[in-house]
Design a protein. Structure first.
Length: 242
């Protein structure tokens, strides 16, 4: 009887270790804690980025990017939210990497073809920022990505100083969308008059997947916008968000 009890404990321990290790591996695939730490350290609550500090500690950023690339093959079995969180975080981390490779500079547009730089290899593919935005993220039919992927510029949505995670993605996307729409430096919204970010002009079709652009805006603003509201678009500043 004692032998059976000991054997049962050993078997249970082995199984628990196996489950624990599997969970650890799974969590590591989508664990963005290192990115979260970097964002907390070098990005303010209003989205201003300390590129000097990122550059001084670029080894930590590179370690996170390498981890993303190492785990890229496992995305095939990931959930939609895991894929979205992965690529949103990747896009923002790679944008900062691009900036610090060229820093100091006044604008991302000081870099030649910044969104088409082939600097990062995922699996057997060299991906650009345009590849990630247009061929991956936009094809996932989630228009709110436009308020969380950041082009290192003043008129972009602010860079959130917490990493995106699969478990919290819905809440994070909604929060970022509402913040962007409520920011009067980016959008000026009233019932009958809209002065909008050019993001809504450039990606108009993305916001009309489930109704009109105004239908989309009304889901995330406290103001009820008229269907006949006059629309215009604000100038877009490409000055660095530092």
């Amino acid at each position: 009887m004692k032998y059976l009890l000991v054997l049962s404990i050993v078997v249970s321990t082995i199984l628990n270790l196996s489950i624990s290790n599997d969970n650890s591996i799974f969590n590591d695939l989508f664990n963005h804690s290192k990115w979260n730490e970097l964002l907390k350290d070098y990005v303010s609550n209003n989205g201003q980025v300390d590129y000097n500090s990122f550059k001084s500690n670029k080894a930590e950023l590179q370690a996170y990017i390498e981890a993303l690339k190492d785990h890229y093959p496992n995305l095939v079995n990931a959930s939609r939210n895991e894929k979205l969180a992965y690529w949103i975080n990747a896009y923002n981390a790679l944008t900062i990497d691009l900036i610090i490779r060229n820093y100091p500079l006044k604008s991302i547009k000081d870099i030649k073809n910044p969104w088409n730089q082939r600097l990062w290899k995922f699996g057997d593919q060299w991906l650009t920022l345009n590849d990630i935005e247009h061929n991956i993220l936009r094809k996932m039919d989630e228009p709110r990505i436009h308020f969380v992927i950041v082009c290192a510029s003043e008129s972009c949505p602010k860079l959130q100083n917490t990493a995106f995670t699969a478990d919290n993605l819905e809440e994070q996307l909604t929060k970022a969308t509402k913040e962007f729409l409520a920011d009067e430096t980016k959008n000026d919204i009233s019932e009958n008059d809209l002065k909008l970010s050019k993001i809504f002009k450039w990606f108009k079709k993305d916001f009309e997947q489930d109704g009109s652009l105004i239908d989309f805006l009304n889901r995330y603003t406290d103001i009820t916008i008229s269907d006949n509201a006059k629309k215009s678009f604000k100038d877009y500043s490409w000055e660095l968000n530092d």
